[in-house]
Design a protein. Sequence first.
Length: 330
Amino acid sequence: MPAAADARENRPWPVVVLAAAWAAAVGSAAVVGSSLLGFTWGSVHAGLQMLLPYYVLPSSGALLVAVWFARRWLAMVAGLTSVLVCAMLLPFARPVTSVVGDGPQLDLYVANVRFNNTTPERAVSQALASGADVLVLIELTPAYLELFRQQGADQRYPFQLLDAARDAYGAAIYSRLPLRDPRVDQLAGLAVPTATVQVGDRAVELRAVHVGAPVGGQVSRWEWQLGRIRDLATHLEGPAVLAGDFNATRWHPAFRELIDGSELTDAHESVGRGLSASWPMEGQGLRVLGPFARLDHALVHDLQITEVRDLPASGSDHRPFTVTVALHRR
């Protein structure tokens, strides 16, 4: 060992620094490795996997400590973890050339409006001001329905599929365009408003999705619900959009399997914004950290994604967004 390293280790603080570096390196490696291997142990583990892009910071810091103290094994663990995280992020960090749709287009506004929003009028006004052809709304309550009616939604969006609830699991689809076969499907314990919207002479299937959060020992149920959505997606035969709050990120194995195991495309990823975040925003204790995870998605099938735009939150802990899709020409 170099003399300089010996001198540094004769002081008390290096022990603390090395211990912290090992904890950071091993902890980061465990979370990143579990994501790659495809399993989630429990609620805390699901929360840690949600933060996967940020593990490049502690692992890189541990690598610097390893170099400073000439610790080979620490350097190997920290360095490998940093490389793995960067390799996982790279496909979603590259800019994507914009796509110009060659068929009829459909604009959707997607928002978890938060069932206990303290300023629901703001959320309603923002949704109606979006000018989207279709509104896909999650956590919609009866009080929200009355606010939409008061602000003229019935005139602007005459075609509606409403499944309001007094808890967090109400949802709705408001549309300017005719809806066919509107219904509320039951999927793995989820109520999923489903309808077909007519775009020109083509039909696009719409589903408003709100997957339960992996908290309170509900990880198995959360994985089951995402798995059932994946099974549904594998049987889609035409243009479709599954949009809403999936309570999962790309870094959760169950959500990754949903996308990779079907022909669905994540709208944000398709336009080079796969590293953007939608939660937490207003009305959530963690908002001081800023949004750090994308839980809200629009997953599309057999459609071109031409534009995605994130919007400010209006009293909700989730950031709404708009997505424009184009149908392929026959």
